[in-house]
Design a protein around this ligand. Sequence first.
Ligand code: CAO
Length: 485
Amino acid sequence: MASKEILVPDLGDFKDVAVIEVLVKPGDSVQVDTPLLTLETEKATMDVPSTDAGVIEKLHVAKDAKVSSGSPIATLRLADDANAATAAEPAAPAAAPKATAKPAAPSAAAAAAAVPSGAAAKVAAAAPVAAAPSAPKPAATATTAATAATAATAAAAAPATPIATQVLPPISEDGFARAHAGPSVRRFARELGVDLGRVKGTGQKGRVTDDDVKAFVKSLMVPGAGAGATGDAAAGAGALPKVNVPDFSQFGAIEIKPLGRVQRISGARLHASWVNLPHVTQFDEADVTELEQTRKALKANADTAGIKLTTLAFIVRACVRALQQFPIFNSSIDASGENLVFKHYIHIGFAADTPNGLLVPVIRDADRKDIYEIARALGELSAKARSGKLTGAEMQGGSFTISSLGGIGGTAFTPIINAPEVAILGVSRASMKPVYLDDAFVPRMILPLSLSYDHRVIDGANGARFTSYLAKTLADARGLTEAVP
Ligand code: CAO
């Protein structure tokens, strides 16, 4: 059988063009137009197709080599006599490079073959059952190579619709065109119905490779994944593993009660915050000896006025001062995720333990209230929360939250941020402790503080500055009882 040298075609003014992908290897059978190489100039990437059908005998280029017009690509053993006849002619350059990939006919079989075993099975299983009657059910196809093969066969019988489009958002042509990928990868993505604009490239300079496209398709196979690998897609790829819940009755007697309405609502919000916000908790202590003395001195008068002057009122007042000093703790990331919203109001929410579950009433304009007004608001809102009379408006608009377990006990905890706020102060029970002051241990009332903050917005140094400032402010009780300017 005759052989023929396949040469790089006329590249115009381009010389020493980089070979970024070699798409064949010795022993591969190729047809006319089968892409052999992908070249990349400063302006475009292009596939160099074969001019003849045959088997690659020898390759003359490797990835990252530089080629120019007429450089040898491969020696091809021609497939038949007809080609043999052409071999007698002078070696013709390969056909003109194709700078843009023509979308190949979408092929379900290609989709199934493109992803390994279980993933292929699942892609195939996504084909309409009516068109692929032998398609196994997803649960049965997910695990073994044998069933994957069956599924691939079934997929081949499915209609010529890119399978992935059945689980993927439609291709955005703009995004697809802008994606940094070579023609062969573009063609591959078209075959699978994958929007290249959504695929994260791991190649040189972020170039999207075949493997990236395959990984993208595989990411769809994660239960609960709805999209691909970048932006919103990343959320799908990172679906949380499920907790395995056994039938507890096998271990003993049980009773089942539905979750309360408040638990269901607050549970979902707490979970959303926990998984979306990177939490850090900063612990500190405040010496509240004087604060407690001041509070006790003022308590009788406050009682007469019908106000319960608790430690928490002082803590709210101190937080207002700290928020004025560090406004970033009174901010939120906006809906786009691109900006910080600094609020010129200070509305402080506080967690209230009620018979119906956790509620967070909000003291509006806490910065315009003195210690008595704050204590009054705390008392009134707590009473309404416990009797189930809080309105929706009274639980909205908070810009910072305090969760005080001080009336109950504990030494420290890690509160969950009330998103979209960026910080929450946890307060545990103050107790008398020996503190080394002026060369001696003296008994002081020490209040434990636990500040959780969103590390996307607040760095550790600011977290520590905030709690230090707060501790200092709480130590100066007189400052907290002053009239509000
Ligand atoms: N250390 C020591 N004593 C404290 C204290 C602290 N950190 N915080 C409050 N106290 C004292 C109060 O000063 C008060 O003392 P007096 O009886 O001498 O006046 C007493 O404990 C009882 O206070 P209280 O709990 O009735 O009132 P409060 O203003 O401190 O708190 C409220 C109000 C609504 C926050 C509280 O009742 C509550 O529900 N706490 C639970 C919050 C919660 O569940 N957080 C967890 C949320 S995440 O699941």
